[in-house]
Design a protein around this ligand. Sequence first.
Ligand SMILES: NC(=O)c1ccc[n+]([C@@H]2O[C@H](COP(=O)([O-])OP(=O)(O)OC[C@H]3O[C@@H](n4cnc5c(N)ncnc54)[C@H](OP(=O)(O)O)[C@@H]3O)[C@@H](O)[C@H]2O)c1
Length: 266
Amino acid sequence: MPMLGVGTFDHADYDTCYENVQQALDVGYRHIDTTEQVEAYYNEEAVGDAVAASSVDRESLFVATKVPPADLDQSGVRRSAEESLDRLGMEYVDLLYVHWPTGKYDPVETFDAFAALREEGLIEEIGVSNFTVDLLKEAIDVADAPIFANQVEMHPLLPQEDLREFCSRDDVDVELVVYSPIARGDVEHVTELQEVARKHGATPEQVSLAWLREKNVTAIPRATTEDHLRENWLSLALELDDEDMAKLDAIKERERVVNRDDAPWN
Ligand SMILES: NC(=O)c1ccc[n+]([C@@H]2O[C@H](COP(=O)([O-])OP(=O)(O)OC[C@H]3O[C@@H](n4cnc5c(N)ncnc54)[C@H](OP(=O)(O)O)[C@@H]3O)[C@@H](O)[C@H]2O)c1
Protein backbone atom coordinates (compact mmCIF):
# COMPACT_ATOMS: atom_id res chain seq x y z
CA MET A 1 0.00 0.00 0.00
CA PRO A 2 1.62 3.29 -1.08
CA MET A 3 2.16 5.47 2.00
CA LEU A 4 0.78 8.61 0.36
CA GLY A 5 -2.59 8.37 -1.34
CA VAL A 6 -5.29 10.76 -2.42
CA GLY A 7 -8.76 11.11 -0.91
CA THR A 8 -11.66 11.73 -3.24
CA PHE A 9 -14.64 12.43 -1.02
CA ASP A 10 -16.79 15.54 -1.39
CA HIS A 11 -16.07 16.70 -4.92
CA ALA A 12 -18.72 19.05 -6.27
CA ASP A 13 -19.56 16.79 -9.20
CA TYR A 14 -18.43 13.94 -11.44
CA ASP A 15 -16.27 16.14 -13.68
CA THR A 16 -14.21 17.70 -10.89
CA CYS A 17 -13.56 14.29 -9.34
CA TYR A 18 -12.62 12.80 -12.73
CA GLU A 19 -10.19 15.65 -13.46
CA ASN A 20 -8.75 15.47 -9.94
CA VAL A 21 -8.00 11.74 -10.23
CA GLN A 22 -6.41 12.26 -13.66
CA GLN A 23 -4.17 14.97 -12.21
CA ALA A 24 -3.31 12.83 -9.18
CA LEU A 25 -2.25 9.93 -11.42
CA ASP A 26 -0.15 12.33 -13.52
CA VAL A 27 1.56 13.68 -10.40
CA GLY A 28 2.41 10.12 -9.32
CA TYR A 29 -0.23 9.04 -6.78
CA ARG A 30 -0.97 5.31 -6.95
CA HIS A 31 -3.23 4.93 -3.90
CA ILE A 32 -6.78 6.22 -4.37
CA ASP A 33 -9.24 6.28 -1.50
CA THR A 34 -12.85 6.46 -2.57
CA THR A 35 -16.13 5.75 -0.85
CA GLU A 36 -19.53 4.20 -1.40
CA GLN A 37 -22.04 6.38 -3.16
CA VAL A 38 -23.48 8.87 -0.71
CA GLU A 39 -26.43 10.87 -2.00
CA ALA A 40 -25.30 12.73 -5.08
CA TYR A 41 -21.57 12.00 -4.91
CA TYR A 42 -20.55 9.93 -7.90
CA ASN A 43 -16.93 9.59 -6.94
CA GLU A 44 -16.56 5.87 -7.60
CA GLU A 45 -17.72 6.28 -11.20
CA ALA A 46 -15.38 9.22 -11.72
CA VAL A 47 -12.45 7.36 -10.13
CA GLY A 48 -13.08 4.28 -12.28
CA ASP A 49 -13.44 6.27 -15.49
CA ALA A 50 -10.31 8.35 -14.80
CA VAL A 51 -8.29 5.19 -14.09
CA ALA A 52 -9.61 3.49 -17.23
CA ALA A 53 -8.69 6.50 -19.37
CA SER A 54 -5.17 6.73 -17.93
CA SER A 55 -2.07 4.85 -19.02
CA VAL A 56 -1.54 3.50 -15.47
CA ASP A 57 -2.00 -0.26 -15.13
CA ARG A 58 -4.65 -1.40 -12.70
CA GLU A 59 -2.06 -3.70 -11.04
CA SER A 60 0.16 -0.79 -10.12
CA LEU A 61 -2.72 1.00 -8.38
CA PHE A 62 -4.06 0.57 -4.87
CA VAL A 63 -7.80 1.34 -4.81
CA ALA A 64 -9.82 1.35 -1.61
CA THR A 65 -13.53 1.86 -1.05
CA LYS A 66 -16.01 1.36 1.81
CA VAL A 67 -19.29 -0.23 2.88
CA PRO A 68 -21.72 2.14 4.64
CA PRO A 69 -23.30 1.33 8.07
CA ALA A 70 -26.72 0.58 6.55
CA ASP A 71 -25.23 -2.24 4.45
CA LEU A 72 -23.15 -4.07 7.04
CA ASP A 73 -25.40 -7.14 7.24
CA GLN A 74 -24.58 -10.28 5.20
CA SER A 75 -26.50 -9.44 2.03
CA GLY A 76 -25.82 -5.70 2.26
CA VAL A 77 -22.04 -6.15 2.29
CA ARG A 78 -22.17 -8.18 -0.91
CA ARG A 79 -24.60 -5.86 -2.67
CA SER A 80 -22.65 -2.76 -1.67
CA ALA A 81 -19.30 -4.25 -2.76
CA GLU A 82 -20.70 -5.45 -6.08
CA GLU A 83 -22.27 -2.06 -6.76
CA SER A 84 -18.98 -0.34 -5.91
CA LEU A 85 -17.08 -2.61 -8.30
CA ASP A 86 -19.68 -1.95 -10.96
CA ARG A 87 -19.38 1.82 -10.57
CA LEU A 88 -15.57 1.58 -10.52
CA GLY A 89 -15.58 -0.73 -13.54
CA MET A 90 -13.04 -2.92 -11.72
CA GLU A 91 -12.86 -6.63 -11.00
CA TYR A 92 -11.49 -6.14 -7.51
CA VAL A 93 -10.56 -3.49 -4.99
CA ASP A 94 -7.32 -3.69 -3.04
CA LEU A 95 -9.01 -2.78 0.21
CA LEU A 96 -12.65 -2.68 1.34
CA TYR A 97 -13.43 -0.91 4.62
CA VAL A 98 -16.25 -1.06 7.13
CA HIS A 99 -16.84 2.71 6.94
CA TRP A 100 -18.24 3.16 10.49
CA PRO A 101 -18.92 0.52 13.19
CA THR A 102 -22.56 1.62 13.48
CA GLY A 103 -25.92 0.84 11.82
CA LYS A 104 -26.08 -2.85 10.88
CA TYR A 105 -22.52 -3.53 12.01
CA ASP A 106 -22.35 -6.94 13.67
CA PRO A 107 -18.77 -8.20 14.06
CA VAL A 108 -19.45 -11.86 13.23
CA GLU A 109 -21.90 -11.30 10.37
CA THR A 110 -20.05 -8.35 8.87
CA PHE A 111 -16.61 -9.98 8.81
CA ASP A 112 -18.01 -13.30 7.55
CA ALA A 113 -19.40 -11.40 4.58
CA PHE A 114 -16.11 -9.56 4.03
CA ALA A 115 -14.16 -12.84 4.27
CA ALA A 116 -16.38 -14.40 1.59
CA LEU A 117 -15.63 -11.50 -0.77
CA ARG A 118 -11.93 -11.95 -0.07
CA GLU A 119 -12.10 -15.69 -0.76
CA GLU A 120 -13.71 -14.93 -4.12
CA GLY A 121 -11.03 -12.37 -5.02
CA LEU A 122 -13.40 -9.41 -5.17
CA ILE A 123 -11.35 -7.70 -2.47
CA GLU A 124 -7.68 -8.16 -1.63
CA GLU A 125 -7.75 -6.91 1.95
CA ILE A 126 -10.27 -6.21 4.71
CA GLY A 127 -10.23 -2.83 6.44
CA VAL A 128 -12.14 -1.03 9.14
CA SER A 129 -12.56 2.68 9.68
CA ASN A 130 -13.23 4.78 12.76
CA PHE A 131 -12.50 1.82 15.05
CA THR A 132 -11.27 2.39 18.61
CA VAL A 133 -8.77 0.03 20.25
CA ASP A 134 -11.63 -1.93 21.89
CA LEU A 135 -13.55 -2.32 18.63
CA LEU A 136 -10.40 -3.35 16.83
CA LYS A 137 -9.64 -5.98 19.49
CA GLU A 138 -13.14 -7.40 19.07
CA ALA A 139 -12.82 -7.39 15.26
CA ILE A 140 -9.49 -9.23 15.38
CA ASP A 141 -10.96 -11.80 17.78
CA VAL A 142 -14.00 -12.67 15.66
CA ALA A 143 -12.72 -12.25 12.09
CA ASP A 144 -11.32 -15.34 10.39
CA ALA A 145 -9.36 -13.29 7.86
CA PRO A 146 -6.80 -10.67 8.96
CA ILE A 147 -7.79 -7.04 9.44
CA PHE A 148 -5.31 -5.19 7.24
CA ALA A 149 -5.98 -1.54 8.10
CA ASN A 150 -7.90 0.89 10.28
CA GLN A 151 -8.68 4.26 8.68
CA VAL A 152 -8.91 7.06 11.24
CA GLU A 153 -8.33 10.78 11.61
CA MET A 154 -4.81 11.69 12.68
CA HIS A 155 -2.51 14.75 12.51
CA PRO A 156 -0.29 16.56 15.03
CA LEU A 157 -3.44 17.89 16.77
CA LEU A 158 -4.83 14.34 17.14
CA PRO A 159 -1.83 12.00 17.45
CA GLN A 160 -3.79 8.79 18.22
CA GLU A 161 -1.09 7.42 20.55
CA ASP A 162 -3.19 4.53 21.93
CA LEU A 163 -4.27 3.31 18.52
CA ARG A 164 -0.75 3.58 17.11
CA GLU A 165 0.73 1.64 19.96
CA PHE A 166 -1.92 -1.09 19.70
CA CYS A 167 -1.75 -1.40 15.90
CA SER A 168 2.03 -1.74 15.87
CA ARG A 169 2.06 -4.67 18.31
CA ASP A 170 3.49 -7.82 16.66
CA ASP A 171 0.38 -9.82 17.50
CA VAL A 172 -1.88 -7.12 16.02
CA ASP A 173 -0.02 -5.64 13.02
CA VAL A 174 -2.78 -3.44 11.59
CA GLU A 175 -1.85 -0.56 9.26
CA LEU A 176 -3.15 2.89 10.12
CA VAL A 177 -4.49 4.85 7.17
CA VAL A 178 -5.03 8.48 8.04
CA TYR A 179 -7.87 10.69 6.85
CA SER A 180 -7.99 14.47 7.36
CA PRO A 181 -4.17 14.33 7.64
CA ILE A 182 -3.84 18.11 7.45
CA ALA A 183 -6.92 18.70 9.62
CA ARG A 184 -8.67 20.14 6.57
CA GLY A 185 -6.10 22.93 6.43
CA ASP A 186 -6.14 23.79 10.14
CA VAL A 187 -2.51 22.69 10.63
CA GLU A 188 -1.61 25.91 8.81
CA HIS A 189 -2.46 27.98 11.91
CA VAL A 190 -0.37 26.03 14.42
CA THR A 191 2.82 27.84 15.52
CA GLU A 192 4.97 24.70 15.85
CA LEU A 193 4.05 23.51 12.34
CA GLN A 194 4.74 26.99 10.96
CA GLU A 195 8.17 27.05 12.63
CA VAL A 196 9.23 23.63 11.33
CA ALA A 197 7.89 24.56 7.90
CA ARG A 198 9.94 27.78 7.85
CA LYS A 199 13.09 25.90 8.84
CA HIS A 200 12.75 23.55 5.84
CA GLY A 201 11.30 25.99 3.31
CA ALA A 202 8.16 23.85 3.32
CA THR A 203 4.49 24.43 4.19
CA PRO A 204 2.72 23.38 7.43
CA GLU A 205 0.64 20.92 5.36
CA GLN A 206 3.83 19.26 4.07
CA VAL A 207 5.19 19.13 7.61
CA SER A 208 2.02 17.42 8.84
CA LEU A 209 2.32 14.79 6.08
CA ALA A 210 6.03 14.25 6.77
CA TRP A 211 5.28 13.90 10.51
CA LEU A 212 2.70 11.20 9.70
CA ARG A 213 5.22 9.38 7.52
CA GLU A 214 7.72 9.42 10.41
CA LYS A 215 4.99 7.78 12.51
CA ASN A 216 4.79 4.96 9.94
CA VAL A 217 1.23 5.60 8.88
CA THR A 218 -0.32 6.04 5.45
CA ALA A 219 -1.98 9.39 4.65
CA ILE A 220 -4.73 10.15 2.15
CA PRO A 221 -5.03 13.96 1.92
CA ARG A 222 -7.70 15.36 -0.36
CA ALA A 223 -6.65 18.17 -2.67
CA THR A 224 -8.91 19.52 -5.37
CA THR A 225 -6.33 21.83 -6.90
CA GLU A 226 -3.35 20.62 -8.89
CA ASP A 227 -1.03 22.87 -6.85
CA HIS A 228 -2.13 21.20 -3.61
CA LEU A 229 -1.82 17.73 -5.15
CA ARG A 230 1.79 18.53 -6.11
CA GLU A 231 2.62 20.24 -2.84
CA ASN A 232 1.40 17.23 -0.87
CA TRP A 233 3.28 14.84 -3.14
CA LEU A 234 6.51 16.78 -2.55
CA SER A 235 6.14 16.13 1.20
CA LEU A 236 7.69 12.74 0.38
CA ALA A 237 11.02 14.55 -0.03
CA LEU A 238 10.75 16.37 3.31
CA GLU A 239 12.86 14.76 6.05
CA LEU A 240 12.11 15.86 9.61
CA ASP A 241 14.86 15.54 12.23
CA ASP A 242 14.57 14.57 15.91
CA GLU A 243 14.31 18.20 16.98
CA ASP A 244 11.38 18.77 14.57
CA MET A 245 9.61 15.61 15.74
CA ALA A 246 10.07 16.55 19.41
CA LYS A 247 8.62 19.99 18.77
CA LEU A 248 5.60 18.56 16.91
CA ASP A 249 5.07 15.81 19.47
CA ALA A 250 4.96 18.43 22.22
CA ILE A 251 1.96 20.26 20.72
CA LYS A 252 -0.74 20.41 23.40
CA GLU A 253 -3.62 21.72 21.29
CA ARG A 254 -6.18 19.06 20.35
CA GLU A 255 -8.68 19.09 17.51
CA ARG A 256 -10.87 16.48 15.83
CA VAL A 257 -12.37 17.65 12.54
CA VAL A 258 -14.61 14.62 11.83
CA ASN A 259 -17.08 13.83 14.57
CA ARG A 260 -20.63 12.58 14.88
CA ASP A 261 -22.92 11.68 17.76
CA ASP A 262 -22.83 7.93 17.04
CA ALA A 263 -19.02 7.81 16.68
CA PRO A 264 -17.61 5.06 18.93
CA TRP A 265 -15.38 7.51 20.83
CA ASN A 266 -18.41 9.58 21.98
N1 LIG B 1 -13.16 7.06 6.76
C1 LIG B 1 -13.80 8.17 7.05
O1 LIG B 1 -14.74 8.17 7.85
C2 LIG B 1 -13.34 9.44 6.41
C3 LIG B 1 -13.76 10.66 6.94
C4 LIG B 1 -13.30 11.83 6.32
C5 LIG B 1 -12.46 11.77 5.22
N2 LIG B 1 -12.08 10.54 4.73
C6 LIG B 1 -11.17 10.43 3.56
O2 LIG B 1 -10.00 11.19 3.80
C7 LIG B 1 -9.77 12.10 2.74
C8 LIG B 1 -9.06 13.33 3.27
O3 LIG B 1 -9.65 13.88 4.42
P1 LIG B 1 -10.38 15.31 4.48
O4 LIG B 1 -10.87 15.69 3.14
O5 LIG B 1 -11.35 15.21 5.59
O6 LIG B 1 -9.26 16.30 5.02
P2 LIG B 1 -7.79 16.79 4.56
O7 LIG B 1 -7.23 15.94 3.53
O8 LIG B 1 -7.05 16.98 5.86
O9 LIG B 1 -8.07 18.26 4.02
C9 LIG B 1 -8.63 18.55 2.77
C10 LIG B 1 -8.68 20.08 2.63
O10 LIG B 1 -7.36 20.61 2.72
C11 LIG B 1 -7.05 21.40 1.59
N3 LIG B 1 -5.66 21.14 1.19
C12 LIG B 1 -5.16 20.00 0.65
N4 LIG B 1 -3.83 20.11 0.44
C13 LIG B 1 -3.48 21.37 0.85
C14 LIG B 1 -2.27 22.10 0.87
N5 LIG B 1 -1.13 21.54 0.46
N6 LIG B 1 -2.28 23.37 1.35
C15 LIG B 1 -3.42 23.94 1.80
N7 LIG B 1 -4.61 23.30 1.81
C16 LIG B 1 -4.65 22.02 1.33
C17 LIG B 1 -8.00 20.99 0.50
O11 LIG B 1 -8.23 22.11 -0.30
P3 LIG B 1 -8.35 22.05 -1.90
O12 LIG B 1 -9.50 21.13 -2.15
O13 LIG B 1 -8.59 23.46 -2.27
O14 LIG B 1 -7.09 21.49 -2.48
C18 LIG B 1 -9.24 20.56 1.30
O15 LIG B 1 -10.05 21.69 1.59
C19 LIG B 1 -11.16 12.34 2.16
O16 LIG B 1 -11.14 12.77 0.83
C20 LIG B 1 -11.75 10.93 2.26
O17 LIG B 1 -11.30 10.13 1.17
C21 LIG B 1 -12.50 9.39 5.31
